[in-house]
Design a protein around this ligand. Structure first.
Ligand SMILES: *Cc1c(COP(=O)(O)O)cnc(C)c1O
Length: 466
């Protein structure tokens, strides 16, 4: 007890600690109040630990280090760039779509100043933020009109709230899906105030199932693109044209949550992801899709379709709560221009990563392997391997895109240590571990990324005195 009292007394004064901390160059501009708060909290925690007998004593040096690292964290960004060596193109945890060059330029230009976000330059009157993208989306998809909200989950919520609140929405049992944790179609319907009417079975839903469910309380038919799984085998669903024809007889809209929403048709193996234009052409009244999935722009939810329904949504109170911000709008507009006038397969990173040929990928893996080969003979086992990369983001789930990678095993450290070393590198390198080897999938890597990977591997080898 006496001992711990002594140790408590040995904790330096707040003023003394602040004086020492102020000597750090990166912290000189921080306000006194922040030093004070951090010093008080850290010394208090140290005091509690001593009282609880968890720590014998705490040296001034250790205390200063703890406080410094907390303060340094505050002045350094926590959100940082990482290198995606997982092969998953639309990796939600790694921020989904990287923006195109044009998209980045648009964001930079709009972010730093004022813009005509809601202003008509010709007349000097108030404008609409949706006017900037409506014609472009119409040109690419054939939709009459379009609006953009925060993300696709919000888009679905708005469409249902605006068009079916207090009424019934018919959905096939095969489409009552969960998309990423808390986005479950039955819950979304409940939240938007609509009553779910389930029809058909998990594997088969017929047109007559929909027809039998239509009543005077029906507000819409909802289709959900089962983007993150697929029922195969003995299955059937009416096609869009049949469904649209049926709904039109009762004057009902067909809403389709397309999720990934590709502008360019993408075909990979057996997989055929429907494009927004195809769905609109089939007569579907409202289509919702994500800005940062296969489209390859920033986070956004796009609602495209018939003017009469879009104008109801524009006036809905939820619209204001989930409206898109100017940065996402700028990013989206840049990417839409890439599709309209440019060459999306080379200009939009997501498109180019998904369309890279096997030969190119193999070549890239060979280059990366030879970059590492200076080390490989005596320290690494590095092989070029065929991998299964994925579109990710819930798009084309069973579609493994064949890719190539480098499989690494270090002679002197465990695979877990190697993986951790790469992950904790200055620019974190996110890899996969498979069969006790680190797999670096090259699909999402730039040439610059490969140089960083080489530096990280070199540093580990050097650190081991090799
Ligand atoms: C991804 C997805 C969503 C959610 O979209 P976010 O842009 O992530 O909000 C909704 N529906 C479907 C079918 C999806 O694939």
């Amino acid at each position: 007890m006496d001992n711990s009292k002594n140790n408590l007394r040995n904790i330096p004064s707040v003023d003394k600690l602040i004086g020492e901390l102020r000597k750090n160059e990166e912290l000189t501009t921080l306000p006194h109040s922040l030093f004070l708060k951090c010093v008080q909290e850290t010394t208090e925690a140290a005091r509690q630990n001593i009282i609880a007998g968890l720590d014998e004593e705490i040296s001034t040096q250790v205390l200063l280090m703890k406080i410094k690292s907390r303060l340094v964290k505050l002045v350094k960004p926590s959100l940082k760039r990482v290198i995606n060596a997982t092969g998953v193109v639309l990796h939600t945890n790694l921020g989904r779509a990287p923006l195109s060059k044009r998209s980045i330029e648009r964001v930079v230009e709009i972010a730093g100043g004022y813009s005509n976000l809601e202003y008509l330059i010709d007349s000097g009157e108030r404008g609409s933020r949706y006017s900037h993208i409506a014609a472009k989306i119409a040109a690419l998809t054939g939709a009459e009109d379009a609006i953009v909200v925060n993300n696709n989950a919000a888009a679905v919520m708005l469409a249902l709230s605006a068009l079916s609140y207090g009424q019934e929405v018919i959905v096939s049992r095969g489409q009552l899906v969960e998309i990423g944790g808390s986005f479950r179609i039955p819950d979304v319907l409940k939240q938007s105030g609509a009553k779910l009417v389930e029809v058909g079975t998990t594997n088969k839903t017929h047109l007559r199932d929909y027809a039998n469910a239509i009543s005077e309380n029906t507000a819409a038919i909802l289709k959900v693109h089962t983007s993150n799984y697929r029922i195969i085998g003995f299955t059937s669903e009416p096609d869009n044209k049949e469904l649209v024809e049926l709904a039109a007889k009762s004057n009902l809209p067909v809403i389709e949550d397309l999720g990934s929403g590709t502008i360019n048709p993408i075909t990979a193996g057996q997989w055929d992801e429907p494009s927004v234009a195809e769905v609109i052409k089939d007569g579907v009244d409202i289509v919702t899709f994500s800005g940062d999935k296969l489209l390859g722009a920033g986070q956004a939810g796009i609602i495209a379709g018939k003017k009469e329904y879009i104008s109801i949504m524009k006036k809905h109170p939820l619209m204001r709560a989930i409206r898109v911000d100017k940065l996402s709008l700028a990013a989206l507009e840049g990417t839409l221009i890439d599709y309209i006038s440019g060459n999306p397969k080379t200009d939009v990173p997501v498109q180019s990563m998904l369309c890279t040929s096997r030969e190119e990928l193999e070549g890239k893996a060979t280059r990366l392997s030879s970059m590492l080969s200076g080390l490989s003979e005596f320290w690494w086992q590095s092989n070029i391997v065929e991998t299964d990369s994925q579109a990710g983001g819930g798009a084309m789930p069973e579609m493994g895109f064949t890719s190539y990678g480098v499989s690494l095993k270090a002679a002197e450290v465990s695979t877990a240590t190697l993986e951790r070393h790469l992950r904790n590198w200055t620019i974190p390198i996110i890899t996969r571990v498979q069969s006790d080897r680190v797999i670096i999938d090259v699909r999402c890597l730039t040439e610059q990324d490969m140089t960083v990977i080489k530096e990280a591997c070199l540093a580990l080898a050097k650190g081991r005195g090799i």
